[in-house]
Design a protein around this ligand. Structure first.
Ligand code: PMP
Length: 394
């Protein structure tokens, strides 16, 4: 049996991590994998997470199975964080999942179960795991224009024109905030227009929100998504706690499915629980319980928000510094988009050869499409990257 296996294509980002680790140069800079790093290059455990874990160790009396959809208290706390007080609880089915990836996977499984003929529309470009999972599940995929590389901004007209060609019942994947890999986000008005388009054409939005709190703040980052949820009859939302709680390896995520009516809620909830059962039975609990503990305790929540805010503003400062360093070196505002982008990533607009030259000559590692993890920088390495960008002729 195993002799019949074909070799799987390597994950480009994981391959980049391995190449970085093998590079003997001391001054190398890792701008590859999507992990937050502080000024010393560490990915720390957040204070509130440590405190919640201490509490769990002291107080937890059992580790028996939870429910198939995880602990409802976790789902309620996280859905409130994402969707806010206007959350339509009587229409919201929810299931805990292994990370945001698990939420995407389970959401696409749900789509395939409910609408096997529907097409999934993905932004061009998008996080590569979106098309990879859809392909694995046999879901037809089409892309919509999203990024104007010249302007370093959203190609709004292209996006609306392409989505205008989607068929009723198709699913449109949107990034809730901090678009990966471009860093270019929709405005609140544009979110409203997308919602209206979904209503008018009978499209179902699937919002992947993996970076809430990394862009303009916890509330602002979810504002567009909330506009959408207030308007559409149906939606899927996949939320990840990996980045904003810094609990990457705990695999903590939530899939939410907005049912068209309260009467449908039970059926949808049953489908989510059943899909969890079929794929892994019970979702991981430790990270979910940590998140629930933090979100439902005033002091822990305040401390978590303060630490997240410092992470967010630190990345914003790095963006400003990099844009300024490039303005000084190029005498133009060509890289001004770096300061306008949000979240960890921006696409620099470098060719694969230029990306390779930056790696070879300057020890700067970024993904081949020139996706740059801003959080991989610090005050000292911003000028090194700016020099590398200019030397490579980007
Ligand atoms: N969606 C996007 C756009 C992401 O960038 C990521 C993380 N790279 C995820 C979802 C899922 O992250 P995780 O499974 O680690 O929670």
């Amino acid at each position: 049996m195993l002799n019949a296996l074909a070799e799987q294509p390597p994950d480009k980002i994981l391959a980049l991590m391995a190449a970085f680790a093998a590079d003997p140069r001391a001054a190398k800079i890792d701008l590859g994998v999507g992990v937050y790093k502080d000024a010393t290059g560490q990915t720390p455990v957040m204070r509130a997470v440590k405190a919640a874990e201490r509490r769990l160790v002291a107080d937890q009396t059992t580790k028996t199975y939870t429910g198939l959809a995880g602990d409802p208290a976790f789902a309620e706390a996280l859905s409130l964080l994402v969707l806010g007080p206007a959350t339509p609880a009587d229409r919201l089915a929810m299931a805990a999942t292994p990370g945001g990836t698990g939420a995407i996977r389970q959401g696409l499984e749900l789509m395939r179960m409910a609408a096997p003929e529907a097409t999934l529309w993905l932004s061009d470009p998008t996080w590569p795991n979106h098309p990879a999972i859809a392909k694995y599940l046999g879901i037809p995929v089409r892309t919509y224009r999203y990024f104007d590389a010249e302007a370093g901004a959203v190609d709004w007209d292209g996006m609306m024109a392409d989505l205008g060609g989607a068929a009723p019942g198709d699913v449109v994947m949107l990034h809730g905030c901090c678009h990966n890999p471009t860093g270019a986000d929709l405005t609140r008005d544009q979110w409203r227009d997308v919602a209206e388009l979904c209503v008018a054409r009978g499209l179902i939005p699937f919002v992947d929100i993996a970076y809430q709190g990394f862009g303009d703040g916890l509330e602002a980052d979810a504002a567009g998504l909330r506009e959408l949820v207030a308007r559409v009859p149906e939606a899927l939302i996949g939320a990840s706690c990996s980045k904003n709680f810094g609990i990457y390896r705990e695999r903590t995520g939530l899939l939410m499915a907005l049912a068209p009516s309260p009467a449908r809620l039970g059926i949808v909830q049953g489908a989510l629980a059943s899909l969890n059962r079929l794929n892994f039975s019970f979702p991981p609990d430790h990270g979910a319980r940590v998140v629930q503990t933090i979100l439902t305790d005033d002091a822990l929540r305040a401390d978590w928000k303060a630490e997240l805010e410092a992470v967010r503003t630190g990345m914003r400062e790095l963006r400003e510094q990099l844009a300024l360093a490039l303005r000084e070196r190029t005498g133009s505002d060509r890289f001004g988009f770096l300061a306008a982008h949000r979240g960890m990533f921006s696409l620099l607009g470098a060719s694969p050869a230029q990306v390779e030259a930056m790696r070879r000559d300057h020890g700067v590692y970024m993904v081949g499409d020139s996706r740059t993890n801003i959080a991989g920088l610090n005050r000292e390495t911003v000028p090194v990257l700016a020099d590398a960008i200019v030397a490579a002729g980007v």
